[in-house]
Each structure stands twice: as structure tokens, then as C-alpha cells.
Design a protein around this ligand. Structure first.
Ligand SMILES: Cc1ncc(COP(=O)(O)O)c(C=O)c1O
Length: 463
């Protein structure tokens, strides 16, 4: 019988995170201020603790994971690598499909890999309270769990469409002692301004980020900081434990290098987590197709522009060099709330510019079709975000079969969907609709990008 579960011993859990910034053949452009100055670390100190700012700017290849962080991660890590033999049989594919199961964490997704680290680093700097945004609620629950583990208070601004679609997420946050409100809220200036302009808005991650940053920097005690669940270099760094474990597990299964690596991408963190250790191999000569998968309702990588843009709607964050649809873009209310972010992580964006990654976009009807196939073959109920990656896995497996190739496909199962059943219900009732933005909507949103700071798309031309 084929081995379908590959575990690692606790002693084999990686002790260092991998930083792609050390190996990118063309260095990343720096973040800048609205007047075009290169952002200096001290300018971020009202928002993030100094130790995380240092990590954000670091180009060191390997960064030690603190022992106290490892102790918490041990509760569910190393996470299993499994082979999806039932899906392979259903597809009658020549491909072998492996997946890293990040749904086994207490909050149900990969997000805890960074929330635990961020809470710990904040605690070291004497911070007492963290504020954050959350889309589908996965990051909010992950941060609530981590804050509780290290004795910090936690305040979460949850995108209002997801707040209504997924009320159980709020209960989970409360279980771990966090306070969660729907965004836009009346609690912040940024929220009130949006409500005045767009009273019926479904909300967006860009809006919720403005609220959470404002709540952090306006706290007069100086003991509150903001935590971001994706996009930034340090968040992606913390997630690389996924790909580093997967490498060891594939080796145990006799596989030197996968042919295809796939992850869904909202701000880019779980994709980067599984992919970056393999991007390093690709830079060093390996032949791997590496695919970040976005939603056609928020297609920044496939239809957006690589330029400097704000990470939030109110322009409170620095300008980041990234693929973006414009920080004013409010995506349609798809069920994959975690993919409704207008921008892509600068590290992922630079790897796209370099030609190391091949982004794809999926319509929500296809992602739900894939999720249903998964539930009826492998049995697990996956998060709507994850199902975008799965739709791409199925496509790549079919392609391999057609070409008669025995490819190894690796993907990241970023989270379970046990609190996302409303979307499944709609799909089963035939009430879920296709959701795509039109070229005109994209054009109008790109035209609204503030400032005129162009990011030059520098690349070596090797890929
Ligand atoms: C289960 C799951 N997968 C993926 C994502 C997308 O985020 P990221 O691109 O940072 O991994 C989210 C975000 O909320 C999520 O909850």
C-alpha cells in the first residue's frame, strides 16, 4: 500500500526560518513614504515593535526561531504531509499529489505560525495589547489564540461581510479573550469616514487595516502595537516553516524535488510559506513550476499593476512595491474572504517580476467545485481560500495526465472550512454565483492609485 501520511519527529522540526530576501537575484525595492523617501526603521516604531521591524528589514538567510515560540508550535507541529490518493484515483491522474495540512492548528489554519511569533516578539518589547484586522476570521482567531498564550490583550476589526457570513469566528476569538468588531466600525476615524462615504460597503481588508493601525497608534499608553497577518516580509518568514518541513517529509517519501508547488494567495503568506524554500532551489537551478493562486474577484497578480501602493484604504501604511489593484479597491463579497486583499506581498511580487512564479486566478464557482470533489474523495472540508489552490492542483494534475507525465504536485492546505459552511450550503443549493471584476473596474481602480511613485520592474532575465 502507498504511504499516505508522512510525519516528522518533533526533534526534526526546523529551528530556523528561511528568508528569501537573502537569495532574490534582484534585490527588493525598499518601502517608501508618500513623499518618496526610503522608509527608515524608526518610522515604524509606533506601529510595530523594534525586534519585528529588524526582522522586516533583515536580509539574513536563516533566522533562529525562539525556543518559547517553538514550544507553542510543538502543540500541533510538525504538521502532517499527506498524499491525496483518493483524489488521484478520482482524477485517474498520472500525477502524485501531496499536501501539507495546516488545518491542524488550534485556530484551524497556517495563520498561527506567524501569530505565535508576533505575539512573542511584542511581549519581549513590553507591549500589552495588539490590534489587527481579519478577513475570513482565520487571522483574528490565530492572533487571539497567540495573545492568550503570551498574556496580551487583543482587538480585532473583522471585515463586515465575513463578520456576517462567519459569526462562529467571533465566538472563537472571544473564547481566547479577544474583542472583535465588524469593520468599518464607528470606533475609529478611518471607519467612520468609510461609513459616511459607503454606508452599505461589504468592508475590505484595506479598510480594516486602517482601523487597526489607527487604534494602535492612537493609544496614549504606548503599549499597543499592530499585528498584520500577511503581506510583510516578517510574516512570510514565519510561514516558511511549512515548506521547510515539507522538504524533509518529501525526502522521507523518496522525492528529491516536487515538479509543481501550489498555494492560494491573499496577501501571500501561506503561499510563501510552502513555496519560498522551493524558490531557493529554483534560484539554485531546480526545475519547479511554482504557482500562487488568487481569486478572479481580486486578481492583483494576473490583472493588477506592479507599482508602489498603500497597504490600506486610508493611506496609513508606507508605500510598498507590489502587485496591486489599488488600495481603494473593494472586491466583490466572495466567500474566500482571505483572498479579498488588493495587494500582494512585496517578496512574492518581486519573485513574480523575476519570473520565478507563475500566478493563476480561479473563479469561486470552480473553487467550490474543487472543494466538493475534495470533500467527496479525501473527506475533509477545506477553507474557501484553500479551494482556490485545489482548483489549480486539479487543473495541473489533469494537464500532467494529458501530457503522460508522472509529476509530483505539492500544495498547501491552508485551513479547514468547518466554520465556512454557509458558502458550501449556497453552492449545494445552486445559489453561488461566479464572481469576476471587469477590465473597466480594474482600470478605474488602478487610475486611483495615489502618488506617482513607479516601482521599476527589475529582473535578471534568467527565468
Ligand atoms: C485558510 C486561509 N488560507 C489562505 C488565506 C490567505 O492569506 P495568505 O495569502 O496570507 O495566506 C487566508 C486568509 O485569511 C486563510 O484564512
Amino acid at each position: 500500500m502507498d504511504q499516505i501520511k508522512i510525519f516528522l519527529d518533533e526533534k526534526d522540526m526546523p529551528r530556523k526560518w528561511y528568508n528569501l530576501a537573502a537569495d532574490l537575484p534582484t534585490p527588493m525595492l525598499p518601502p517608501i513614504t508618500p513623499d518618496g523617501q526610503i522608509l527608515q526603521p524608526h518610522m515604524l516604531e509606533a506601529v510595530f515593535p523594534k525586534n519585528l521591524i529588524a526582522q522586516e528589514m533583515s536580509t539574513k538567510r536563516w533566522i533562529d526561531i525562539p525556543e518559547e515560540v517553538i514550544e507553542v508550535l510543538y502543540r500541533w507541529r510538525p504538521s502532517p504531509l499527506r498524499r491525496a490518493v483518493n483524489l488521484e484515483r478520482y482524477l485517474k491522474t498520472s500525477a502524485k499529489i501531496y499536501y501539507k495540512d495546516e488545518s491542524v492548528s488550534p485556530a484551524g489554519s497556517h495563520k498561527t505560525n506567524s501569530s505565535v511569533a508576533q505575539a512573542w516578539y511584542n511581549k519581549q518589547e513590553g507591549i500589552k495589547r495588539l490590534t489587527t484586522e481579519t478577513g475570513a476570521g482565520q487571522w483574528g482567531t490565530a492572533l487571539a489564540f497567540a495573545c492568550h498564550a503570551f498574556g496580551l490583550e487583543c482587538k480585532v476589526y473583522m471585515v463586515c461581510v465575513s463578520f456576517e457570513q462567519k459569526p462562529m469566528r467571533k465566538i472563537m476569538m472571544r473564547l481566547w479573550g479577544a474583542d472583535c468588531v465588524a469593520s468599518p466600525s464607528n470606533e475609529t476615524q478611518a471607519g467612520r469616514a468609510v461609513l459616511e462615504r459607503m454606508p452599505n460597503t461589504p468592508g475590505s481588508l484595506g479598510i480594516a487595516i486602517s482601523e487597526a493601525v489607527e487604534a494602535a497608534v492612537s493609544d496614549k499608553t504606548g503599549k499597543t502595537r499592530y499585528a498584520l497577518g500577511s503581506v510583510l516580509n516578517h510574516v512570510l518568514l514565519h510561514q516558511t516553516i511549512i515548506g521547510l518541513e515539507a522538504k524533509k517529509q518529501l525526502k522521507k517519501a523518496g522525492i528529491k524535488t516536487p515538479d509543481v508547488v501550489i498555494g492560494c494567495a491573499g496577501g501571500g503568506s501561506n503561499f510563501a510559506g510552502i513555496a519560498f524554500p522551493f524558490v531557493q532551489d529554483k534560484i539554485n537551478g531546480a526545475k519547479i513550476d511554482i504557482i500562487p493562486v488568487e481569486s478572479k474577484a481580486c486578481p492583483k497578480m494576473t490583472k493588477g499593476k506592479f507599482t508602489y501602493d498603500h497597504g490600506d484604504i486610508a493611506g496609513m501604511t508606507p508605500l510598498l512595491p507590489m502587485h496591486t489593484l489599488g488600495s481603494q479597491f473593494v472586491p466583490p463579497a466572495i466567500h474566500a474572504g482571505g483572498l479579498r486583499y488588493h495587494g500582494m506581498a512585496p517578496l512574492v511580487s518581486q519573485a513574480i517580476v523575476e519570473g520565478l512564479l507563475s500566478p493563476q486566478a480561479v473563479d469561486q464557482l470552480h473553487s467550490y467545485e474543487a472543494a466538493l470533489i475534495w470533500a467527496r474523495t479525501e473527506g475533509f472540508v477545506i477553507a474557501p481560500e484553500t479551494s482556490n489552490a485545489l482548483a489549480c492542483v486539479i487543473k495541473e494534475a489533469r494537464k500532467a495526465t494529458k501530457e503522460g507525465k508522472q509529476k509530483v504536485i505539492l500544495f498547501n492546505l491552508s485551513g479547514h472550512g468547518l466554520l465556512d459552511l454557509a458558502g458550501y450550503d449556497k453552492y449545494l443549493d445552486g445559489k453561488l454565483e461566479s464572481s469576476q471584476v471587469t477590465p473597466d473596474e480594474i482600470k478605474a481602480s488602478l487610475a486611483r492609485i495615489q502618488g506617482s511613485h513607479k516601482a521599476s520592474a527589475r529582473k535578471t532575465g534568467r527565468w
